[in-house]
Ligand binder design. Structure first.
Ligand code: SF4
Ligand code: SF4
Length: 287
């Protein structure tokens, strides 16, 4: 079973939920946790895992042969990223950092003056603790293609799972609803949409649930820190009821969640009350 943990707004507790679910699942089933928040992966910190480099993630980039270039400027004209600067009667100049590797310039060049080479845009790491095999993708600082890194971390997780043979895969997505999140949701069986009782979190939750509906993936809502704003929490419940989406979990605000993050330990290790909450979420997911 592949489960994506997402939610739209940042800071609502997606990683805490993803790691806690992974710890609870791993008590009975082999479990892989994919940290697909490629811009700021931190599941390894929440689980005290010392990651090891598994491989690099590459992106194609163009390379010019100015002996063949006829200075027509077509490569610059097709580049939507404005990564090629062209001045009449000069050779094109390339701004490598903003190239996204689409290869449009290579296709457009009438003189065959551009070929493809590659650059490193990220790293895939692995590690293990609490019976969980972690596969973590990290975008290189200054690079833009986090969606590519998410697609690759999922590909390598499949490769690693040939040996692990995990029954459960949990994907901890990045915030938002953009390309990296879509790359996290595609091909999953269930979406856990984590939110909190605030207007901005509800706004973003609706956008994520639209995505889940678009892809036809079953989902349930987990309301974190639900007891901090009981009136607004009721609004989320009303929305869920009207949308016919189950609220599969309500997590209370407790200081030991903060303590768990500081001590780099799963929250449900700190307090048996939390273990009960996550067991209930798993039960609801399976029902
Ligand atoms: S590969 Fe795409 S983004 Fe990169 S320079 Fe060529 S056209 Fe621009
Ligand atoms: S499209 Fe090809 S020939 Fe034209 S400027 Fe670019 S590299 Fe040179």
């Amino acid at each position: 079973m592949k489960i994506a943990v997402t939610g739209g707004k940042g800071g609502v507790g997606k990683s805490m939920v993803a790691t806690s679910l992974a710890v609870e699942f791993a008590r009975n089933d082999k479990t892989i946790l994919i940290d697909a928040d490629a811009e700021c992966p931190n599941d390894h910190l929440l689980l005290s895992i010392k990651r090891k480099k598994y491989t690099f993630v590459y992106q194609p980039i163009p390379k010019w042969n100015f002996n063949k270039c006829v200075k027509c400027g077509k490569c610059a004209a097709v580049c939507k990223q404005n990564a090629i600067v062209f001045v009449k009667n000069k050779y094109p100049a390339f701004v490598k950092d903003i190239c996204i590797g689409c290869k449009a310039c290579i296709v457009a060049c009438p003189a065959g003056a551009i070929t493809a080479t590659k650059k490193v845009i990220g790293t895939i790491y692995t590690g293990r603790n609490y019976g969980i095999d972690l596969v973590s993708g990290e975008l290189k600082l200054g690079e833009l293609a986090s969606g590519e890194v998410v697609a690759e971390v999922r590909k390598y997780a499949e490769e690693i799972n040939q040996a692990v043979k995990a029954k459960i895969t949990i994907i901890d997505s990045s915030p938002g609803i953009g390309c990296p999140v879509i790359a996290s949701l595609v091909g999953t069986d269930y979406i856990v949409a984590v939110t909190e009782p605030t207007p901005s979190a509800l706004h973003d939750l609706k956008r994520v649930l639209y995505l889940a509906d678009h892809f036809g993936i079953g989902c349930g809502i987990v309301i974190n820190k639900f007891d901090l704003a009981k009136n607004f929490y009721k609004k989320i419940e009303k929305f869920a009821e009207e949308s016919k989406i189950a609220v599969i979990g309500k997590i209370p605000y407790r200081k030991d969640f903060v303590e768990a993050a500081i001590k780099m330990r799963p929250a449900l290790e700190m307090n048996p009350e939390h273990r009960g909450v996550f067991r209930k979420i798993i039960k609801e997911m399976k029902s």
